[in-house]
Design a binder for this molecule. Structure first.
Ligand code: GAL
Length: 415
């Protein structure tokens, strides 16, 4: 009898570990900073609690440029990962190639159509089919300010470009770096798109960036944008070139810099460092962009691997990601807001509550648009063409006149 029991136990242990080995996901992502890794931990733990193992494939590099290069290499080698973090137009490109798994049944079962905002569905669906599971909504037109430095500068957050420059002048007098910046094309692009929105308003942003209108790209409003960029550049420190975004956030956290323009993933760094919104740091919409939101949404696509066990794990992951409780647990750490409209804001801090309210109002009022720098404004080729011009201008390699001439040309050539 005893022998029998032992044998039975051994078999069931083997069966369980086999099931565990099968139920795992290999996830390619670029969440490698402190705040990002903490948020990723929430997802890993959630999947572990559902019996889904995690094979990590991190590829560092903000905005995912390097991650997308690594992905192409994996797919070319005939070995795509199970799940991949992806943004906007990149999702469309891979969907067009017909290599992504279909999530329609799960989406129907969980009613995604009703709760995922239309602006996200534009990218989560291809040809009417669900091919991606959005995990969050970020937005890029934010300014993160060190509260002590702001108090010394009078305590009033800037509401327009003139007030921003006045605050940055004050930070200079305080002997700190006025504006923390990392000189990488995507960070230059993130700052530039906020300035485009501030100077021209949402209609102009849509015309120049979303419609790629040559006159808007090379006209007088854009001249003012580049003039502002030149002035903003004068508030960077000497070592800005190549700096990672989270190191720029760290300067504001430590008070060696006064402010940073960055998407709300920066909040993840502040929280990770034990800082509190309203006490240690202040989050405001980039001056002049109040009422408008430039969004990007991290989504997970599931490559069609033709393997039933892997597909089961993929579906478990996609289902976990859309769970309202998980949406709260993850996004309160990540700095983003939920990818569903039915999640209450109760657990979110003041910046998160503002992010949710701004997003809902912007969606309602037509002042919501995709972030260029984070894959939701234009396909990668056009995005990179714009980055080239903006980065050369930031680095002083080309004049404003050159930038105005080259921007529409570079965009037209990339389209
Ligand atoms: C964005 C992404 C965010 C954050 C950021 C910096 O493109 O949506 O989740 O990771 O890059 O890496």
């Amino acid at each position: 009898m005893r022998r029998f029991l032992w044998a039975g136990t051994a078999i069931s242990v083997m069966a369980i570990s086999a099931a565990h080995a099968e139920e795992s996901v290999e996830v390619l992502h670029w969440w490698t900073s402190g705040g990002e890794a903490a948020a990723l931990g929430v997802l890993k733990d959630d999947l572990a609690s559902k019996g889904v193992g995690w094979q990590d494939m991190p590829v560092a590099g903000g905005s995912g440029v390097q991650a997308m290069t690594a992905l192409r290499a994996r797919v070319t080698a005939g070995d795509p990962p199970t799940a991949v973090q992806m943004l906007g137009f990149d999702i469309r490109d891979w969907a067009e190639m017909g290599v992504l798994g279909n999530l329609d049944d799960l989406a129907a079962e969980q009613g995604w159509d009703k709760v995922i905002p239309a602006a996200l569905q534009d990218f989560s669906k291809y040809d009417g089919h669900w091919i991606a599971a959005p995990v969050n909504v970020h937005s890029t037109n934010w300014l993160w300010i060190n509260k002590a430095a702001l108090d010394k500068a009078g305590g009033k957050p800037p509401e327009n470009m003139d007030e921003l420059f006045a605050m940055l002048d004050n930070f200079k007098e305080q002997g700190i770096t006025p504006l923390a910046h990392g000189g990488q094309p995507w960070q230059d692009g993130t700052l530039w798109e906020a300035v485009v929105l501030s100077e021209g308003g949402m209609d102009f942003y849509k015309k120049a960036v979303i419609d790629a209108d040559p006159e808007a790209l090379g006209g007088e409003t854009m001249r003012k944008v580049f003039d502002h960029m030149t002035k903003l550049r004068s508030y960077f420190d000497d070592s800005f070139s190549g700096r990672d975004w989270n190191l720029a956030s760290a300067m504001v956290i430590e008070g060696t810099a006064g402010a940073q323009e960055m998407g709300d993933w920066a909040k993840g760094e502040f929280l990770r460092a034990g800082k509190k919104p309203g006490e240690d740091f202040v989050c405001i919409r980039f001056p002049g962009t109040q009422g408008s939101v430039l969004f990007n949404s991290d989504q997970f696509v599931m490559f069609d691997l033709g393997d039933e066990d892997k597909r089961a794990a993929q579906l478990k992951m996609a289902s976990a990601v859309e769970d309202p409780t998980f949406q709260v647990a993850f996004n309160t750490v990540k700095g983003s807001v939920p990818a569903r409209t039915d999640v209450p804001d109760t657990e979110f801090d003041d910046c998160g509550k503002k992010g949710m309210k701004d997003l809902a109002e912007a969606a309602q009022g037509g002042t919501l648009a995709g972030s260029l720098a984070h894959g939701h404004g234009q396909p990668s080729s056009v995005k990179e063409a714009i980055f080239d011009v903006v980065t050369q201008h930031v680095n002083g390699q080309i004049s404003t006149d050159d930038a105005l001439k080259r921007l529409p040309e570079a965009v037209a050539a990339a389209m």
